[in-house]
Write a protein that binds this ligand. Structure first.
Ligand SMILES: Nc1nc2c(ncn2[C@@H]2O[C@H](COP(=O)(O)OP(=O)(O)OP(=O)(O)O)[C@@H](O)[C@H]2O)c(=O)[nH]1
Length: 347
């Protein structure tokens, strides 16, 4: 399965603001150190003031977020996106560093900006994810704030977000229910495996409320009916997703976490990698076809020009060669750059 030699697993931590990504990363880092398996750590959040772990690669060493904001006259989110874009232009160097350290580490931990959409829906976030995933087996760790997801509507929006990330990246997603010291995550796994228990939770409380506020005579609200339908839609997603409950604060669930990561790694090799290779091959074939086609057209153009002599032109009579402008005017395609710019592998 792993013909490329030792391949560490990279874990990209994503999650809503305040779900505990940085604290989770800090906990995973210290757990792995205690197991004598120190990870390689990358911070991609340019706006974080202070890191509670030491990063091997820190975006802040390359891009100054506050200067970017000033220079381009941007707000906080625009500043983060632009900083990430600037960093992405240097990402080949990051890949080079990962390549060098690959044989020494078992895990690469990646922290992302606080606002989830900045990473998940930006071009640079997609480029970085794809670049890492084409280099080493990659798992998306989706961090959920368990106490704050007790309201069915909040739970549902977290699940929809995780589902959209799964379909966008096609990488294995591990749902990490964090803060289990404050709230056990068994209610969430029950909602995911038993549709009726989610329905019961919806009818016992308002969809947006964390606590039971049953008024059973109340008409089911629009929100409740929506949540009901959504949970049916998500059934397929629930059946394929792995979950784990941890507390970044106390360190509970670390062993289960790494067991789940290993299962996701298997999934990466079984489902993602073959798809990645198939798409890469398809792209290569298309590019070869385009090159062949343009060469044929060039030969045809040149033949036509030979058969129908072009009206003599003073400069050519003097033996000057055709320059690019001449060739363009005569419809001869001289460009061999047919890449559409999507050189990053996108499964
Ligand atoms: N009780 C409890 N609190 C936690 C846990 N993990 C994180 N927190 C708290 O949750 C808050 C947010 O944690 P962060 O690690 O900053 O979350 P984040 O997702 O990185 O935040 P942003 O990057 O700013 O979006 C902090 O006050 C943490 O102390 C946990 O396992 N249990």
């Amino acid at each position: 399965m792993e013909s490329e030699g030792k391949q560490p697993t990279s874990i990209i931590l994503l999650g809503m603001a305040g779900s505990g990504k940085s604290t989770v990363l800090q906990r995973l880092n210290s757990y792995l150190h205690s197991q004598k398996k120190p990870p390689y750590v990358i911070n991609l959040d340019p706006a974080v003031r202070q890191l509670n772990y030491s990063a091997n690669i820190d975006i802040r060493d390359t891009v100054d977020y506050s200067k970017v904001m000033k220079q381009y006259n941007l707000g906080p989110n625009g500043g983060i996106i632009t900083s990430l874009n600037l960093f992405t232009t240097k990402f080949d160097q990051v890949l080079g560093l990962i390549e060098k350290r690959k044989s020494e580490v078992d895990h690469i931990l990646i922290d992302t900006p606080g606002q989830i959409e900045i990473f998940t829906w930006s071009a640079s976030g997609a480029i970085i994810t794809d670049a890492i995933a084409s280099e080493v087996p990659t798992v998306i760790g989706f961090v959920v704030d368990t106490p704050r997801t007790m309201a069915p509507a909040t739970f549902m929006s977290n699940m929809l977000y995780a589902c959209s990330i799964l379909y966008k990246t096609r990488l294995p997603v591990l749902l990490i229910f964090n803060k289990t010291d404050a709230q056990d995550h068994s209610f969430a796994t029950e909602w995911m495996t038993d549709f009726e228990s989610f329905q019961a939770a919806l009818s016992n409380r308002n969809a947006t409320s964390t606590y039971n506020s049953s008024n059973l005579n109340e008409e089911p609200s629009y929100m409740n009916s929506l949540m009901n339908s959504m949970s049916l839609v998500l059934e397929e997603f629930y059946s394929n997703i792995k979950t784990v409950g941890i507390s970044a604060m106390t360190g509970a669930g670390m062993q289960e976490f790494f067991e789940a990561v290993d299962e996701c790694r298997e999934e990466y090799y079984k489902d993602y990698k073959p798809e990645l290779e198939r798409l890469r091959k398809e792209r290569q074939e298309k590019s070869e076809e385009r090159k062949k086609d343009s060469l044929n057209r060039l030969i045809k153009d040149m033949k036509t020009n030979d058969e129908e002599p072009i009206e003599s032109d003073a400069s050519e009579e003097e033996g000057e060669t055709l320059d690019a402008q001449d060739m363009k005017e005569r419809g001869i395609n001289i460009s061999n750059n047919y890449d559409d710019g999507t050189s990053w592998p996108r499964p």
